[in-house]
Design a binder for this molecule. Structure first.
Ligand code: ZNH
Length: 145
């Protein structure tokens, strides 16, 4: 269900991504913009304010983990659902993450990519990424039934 242009837009942006740095930026934004998401990360230590969040080494490590799973999905664009099935079940039945938060993470990820790429993040590229984020959120939400 992807056009060749959409696939190219998604994978070419992904080649520019630094999983550690951009994952950290996205997760930091999630925790600052939607502070109630901090409740899932009580084992991460000090998340007291934006500076603490930005300097938290566990947030950094976790951001990289999250983006590596996103990379896995991008490597399997024709089977995102199958690729993320087990991870979805973990979020549903072990981590108890409200799936609304997947959408929020998708939103902040698009903002991180847009601010990183500037004018290269064209409306056409954004369109492909919004579609990918919707597929990603859907795949991560599948285990909640
Ligand atoms: Zn998550 C974990 C991915 C979102 C919360 N995650 C995780 C992991 C991964 C992920 C890969 C690891 C697992 C294992 O180890 O087994 N995530 C992901 C993705 C996404 C996400 C891809 C989207 C895109 N998460 C999310 C959100 C939240 C979360 C939104 C909330 C808010 N996670 C989480 C937690 C955990 C995880 C809490 C655990 C951590 C620790 O370390 O403890």
């Amino acid at each position: 269900h992807w056009t060749a242009e959409e696939k190219a837009a998604i994978t070419s942006v992904w080649q520019e991504v630094n999983q550690e740095q951009d994952g950290h930026d996205a997760l930091t934004r999630l925790l600052v913009v939607y502070p109630w998401t901090q409740r899932y990360f009580s084992s991460f230590g000090n998340l007291g304010n934006a500076t603490a969040i930005a300097g938290n080494v566990k947030v950094r490590a976790h951001g990289k983990k999250v983006l590596s799973a996103v990379g896995d999905a991008i490597a399997h664009l024709d089977n995102v659902k199958g690729t993320l099935h087990d991870l979805s079940v973990v979020h549903a039945f072990k981590l108890y993450v409200d799936p609304e938060n997947f959408k929020r993470l998708g939103e902040v990820l698009v903002i991180v990519l847009a601010s990183k790429l500037g004018s290269a993040f064209t409306p056409q590229v954004q369109g492909a990424w919004e579609k990918f984020v919707a597929v990603l959120v859907d795949a991560l939400s599948q285990g909640y039934n």
